[in-house]
Design a protein around this ligand. Structure first.
Ligand code: PEP
Ligand code: MN
Length: 337
């Protein structure tokens, strides 16, 4: 529920209402604005009704939040949130790019990738050290051995590091080595992991589950926000459909819809979204055209020998071309790179 206070109401009075909300076991929120203070109460609306706030002289209007997700909605915060990973901004008119190989394989592979990515001006480097693979026989990532390689990329190229965590204990283990965490599609509904993400102070790239509805996706983000971390970047990475020509079906509807309904930035992963490297460029442009706040893209110095996701990884030249084209079209869609 949104509680709009009258313009003349001061913080002292607002605090009394906040206390009443808290005493009922609901989550109180305070959003002081230039013209007036707006409060929020999250939780069981029936309990809230028992407070009879409409009779309070400080209250001008009560506005229920109709969507199931509350904190991440635009009903709650009408402005677009800007989330930063290092110096890269996502949302609010900023287009952010995260690029790198699917996984860290060797020091040479990682540094070679970082070198040509860095040359394009992209400063966010992605790479997994924990790879949640469909088959237990596939490359599972270097694990903690990969951390020294991530450190080396940061040291040599001063890039921001984004890496996936697959269980709660990973959060602490890689904390010092990353600038943002990634929650993968397979873990989008791992609610204990989402709550643990809420307790960190680093941004989170939350990928959409391959079988998750948009509402489930936004509710997953709500878990993180509700647990205390509002630095969330949503990521559309394609969903399972009857279509098997491509690895997934990149649902760009969700991007346009989420831009309308949520205050959070949303980026697109055209690599997992298609599974085909030659489709990454056109789908990136489509993503920007429908309003995406950025992309996360896989590229590898030598995709033929990549230990994971080689088929969807861009060759260095293709990657450079992609970045050139993004910078040409971004202003047309009102975005700054
Ligand atoms: C990845 O980014 O390499 C990855 C595993 O993605 P997803 O969770 O979207 O499958
Ligand atoms: Mn991958």
């Amino acid at each position: 529920m949104i509680i709009v206070l009258r313009p003349e109401v001061e913080m002292q009075q607002a605090e009394i209402i906040l206390k009443k909300i808290e005493d009922k076991g609901l989550k109180p929120l305070c959003m002081p604005g230039i013209e007036r203070i707006v409060l929020g109460a999250i939780g069981d609306e029936r309990i809230l009704q028992s407070l009879n706030l409409e009779a309070d002289p400080a209250v001008e209007e009560l506005r229920p939040i109709l969507s199931k997700y509350k904190l991440v909605s635009k009903e709650f915060h009408s402005h677009e949130k800007i989330v930063k990973i290092g110096s890269t901004k996502f949302g609010g008119g900023h287009l952010g790019i995260i690029a790198g190989p699917c996984g860290i394989e060797t020091l040479v592979q990682a540094l070679d990738s970082a070198e040509y990515i860095n040359e394009t001006g992209v400063t966010c480097f992605r790479a997994g050290i924990f790879k949640p693979r469909t088959s237990p026989y596939s490359f599972q990532g270097l694990g903690l051995e990969g951390l020294s390689i991530l450190n080396e990329i940061k040291k040599q190229y001063n890039m921001s590091i984004v890496s996936e965590v697959i269980e709660t204990k990973d959060i602490e283990l890689i904390y010092e080595h990353v600038d943002a965490y990634q929650i993968g599609a397979r873990n989008m509904q791992n609610y204990r992991l989402l709550e643990a993400m809420g307790k960190t102070n680093k941004p989170v790239v939350l990928k959409r589950g391959m079988s998750a509805t948009v509402e489930e996706f936004l509710l997953a983000a709500e878990y993180i926000y509700n647990a205390g971390n509002d630095q969330i970047i949503l990521c559309e990475r394609g969903i399972r459909t009857f279509e098997t020509t491509t690895r997934n079906t990149l649902d760009l509807n969700s991007v346009a819809y989420i831009k309308e309904k949520s205050q959070l930035p949303i980026i697109v992963d055209p690599s997992h979204g298609t599974g085909v490297r030659n489709l990454v460029n056109p789908l990136t442009k489509a993503a920007i055209a429908v309003g995406a706040d950025g992309i996360i893209v896989e590229t590898h110095p030598n995709p033929e020998v990549a230990l994971s996701d080689g088929k969807q990884s861009l060759y260095p030249q293709q990657f450079k071309q992609l970045i050139r084209e993004i910078s040409q079209i971004s202003t047309i869609f009102g975005k700054t790179l």
